[in-house]
Design a protein around this ligand. Structure first.
Ligand code: ATP
Length: 508
């Protein structure tokens, strides 16, 4: 049962990690206010909340990367070390972020012991010992990653395990996983959860941050909800239904949104996008027509070629052959400005590299693709810019102080929504969305998917590339790729098990 924070805790267990009255501001923004978190040893504890609720801020305080303005962090009942004492923090806690903190050019073994390599008595790096100790560490925690491989060649899944092993080698037994499943396909997620359970058995405690609430139910025992910078509740997962959890996150009754049950587009609607024998690196010849007002999903596991196909449509990759027509006209592939000019809007996979310009505001980032339209010679009238930014904030449910706020000051999910605003700004004829709801909270997903419907109603074509069944449920049909081949197509109304089977390459 959910307990309120003033209630007596019946258990006498000393929390492994505890925060008392934790608060933190950024200028006039209160990012965290009076937060009490209590994580018991040996548990997987979920931390959930809407975009901007304060999760990342809490993580930075729990890992000693920032100091609280009010309150304190305690480990095993003792005060946290001073912020300057990095080694002391490292021996208590580590966070595995979505963005890797390992060095891609080094091997796994080198990464495990970076800056603390064993030395020979002559002061040189003792490579033999380095490798032996790395191997021992990996064996001790049952991590099956080749220690001699360069980290750049590892999958996201293996890279995460290297980061976890490195944290454990510093002595930390409390590991924060910040949206660890965001870049994994369903088989990889299953393996991550298996590994989490095994590590939990060996005495590791996790704080698990995810916008995928079903994952919370699958792998966590307790959940803490933050809302608007405040602690809302902590409860055993088993006692809290999903609707109740969403209500705690949003402050209102949940409407978890239904999918499309049948295709909504007429067979004689004009073709907007036509691909014939369209080929590129990672995918074999594809024939696909997307009609005006149609939303087509592209599904497949990692390595299926779905992302490569999408990136070839939006100018991020050059195609190798076949034809590509948008409203009957072809455009150059591998050329973003050409795709943009042809009428293509895109939410790219990696918002850090392909997404936003740091330092610029929400309005500037959101309108970058239409600078010429908001004012003569690309000089944008401030009022037009602000108006555009305000509309984006309202349409996409962006949590921000206003359109002139720099994107750097936004939470991750809110940044993602600015990328979406930019893709929509051109009124595209073809909108290509790659994992558009990654990092976006459960309620914002609804606004975002609602926007897709509005675009569809303008007669544009929409392609959604996603690993999320909930996103794909909004599509009129879903095309499945497997090892570069288009292997199946499912009209709206498909059953989960059928789609998942074709994603896994199982044919009926
Ligand atoms: N460097 C910063 N400067 C100004 N404001 C900031 C900064 N970092 C965070 N904030 C603000 O603090 C609040 C909490 O943000 P935080 O990143 O902790 O949210 P979050 O729960 O992690 O969200 P998400 O799910 O989108 O990642 C937000 O209003 C955000 O705009």
């Amino acid at each position: 049962m959910a307990h309120d924070k003033t209630a007596e805790d019946p258990s006498a267990v000393i929390p492994l990690v505890e925060t008392l009255g934790l608060g933190r501001r950024f200028g006039s923004t209160v990012a965290l206010r009076d937060v009490d978190l209590r994580v018991l040893p040996g548990q997987s504890h979920a931390l959930v909340g809407r975009n901007g609720a304060g999760k990342s801020t809490l993580v930075s305080l729990l890992t000693g990367l920032a100091s609280p303005d009010t309150g304190e962090v305690r480990f095993g009942g003792e005060a946290a070390p001073s912020v300057a004492d990095r080694d002391a923090w490292r021996s208590r806690v580590a966070c595995v972020y979505q963005k890797s903190t390992v060095i891609p050019e080094l091997t796994v073994a080198e990464n495990l012991f970076v800056n603390r390599q064993p030395l020979t008595r002559f002061g040189a790096i003792d490579w033999r010992r380095l490798r032996a100790e790395s191997r021992e560490l990996m064996e001790q925690w049952d991590v099956h990653v080749d220690i001699d491989r360069q980290v750049r060649d590892l999958t996201v899944e293996d890279r995460q395990m290297v980061e976890i092993a490195r944290a454990l080698s510093f002595g930390a037994r409390f590991i924060i996983l910040d949206e660890p499943t965001a870049q994994l396909d369903s088989a990889e997620i299953d393996r991550l959860f298996e590994r989490m359970r095994a590590l939990q058995e060996s005495g590791v405690t996790f704080l698990f941050i995810s916008h995928h609430l079903q994952e919370v139910y699958e792998v966590c025992q307790e959940v803490t909800v933050l809302r608007d910078a405040r602690w809302i509740l902590t409860a055993p997962v088993a006692d809290l239904g999903k609707a109740e959890l969403v209500k705690a996150m949003t402050g209102e009754a949940a409407d978890l949104g239904a999918g499309v049950t049948a295709p909504r587009v007429a067979d004689d609607a004009p073709a907007v996008l036509e691909l014939s024998a369209f080929t590129g690196d990672g995918f074999n010849p594809v024939d696909l027509t997307v009609r005006a007002g149609e939303v087509v999903g592209l599904a497949g596991s990692s390595g299926s070629g779905k992302v490569e196909l999408a990136e070839s449509l939006v100018g991020l990759r050059a195609a190798k052959g076949g034809t590509l027509l948008l409203d009957g006209r072809s455009y150059r592939t591998g050329d973003v400005p050409a795709a943009l000019a042809a009428g293509v809007g895109c939410v790219p996979r990696d918002r850090h590299h392909q997404g936003l310009v740091p330092g610029l505001s929400i309005a500037e980032n959101g309108s970058m693709t239409i600078a010429g339209r908001l004012g003569p010679a690309g000089v944008i009238a401030p009022r037009a810019l602000a108006g555009h930014g305000e509309r984006a904030i309202a349409d996409l449910d962006i949590r921000a102080e206003g359109p002139s706020q720099p994107v750097d000051a936004l939470s991750g999910g809110n940044q993602q929504k600015v990328v979406m605003a930019r893709a929509l700004a051109t009124d595209p004829r073809l909108l290509v969305l790659i994992n558009p709801t990654a990092g976006v909270d459960v309620k914002s997903k609804e606004s975002l998917l609602g926007v897709i419907d509005r675009v569809r109603e303008t007669g544009a074509a929409v392609i959604v590339i996603s690993d999320e069944l909930d996103d794909l449920r909004r599509c009129d049909r879903v095309v499945v790729l497997f090892h570069g081949d288009t292997v199946a197509e499912h009209a709206a109304g498909w059953r989960d098990q059928d789609l998942v089977a074709s994603i896994e390459g199982i044919t009926a």
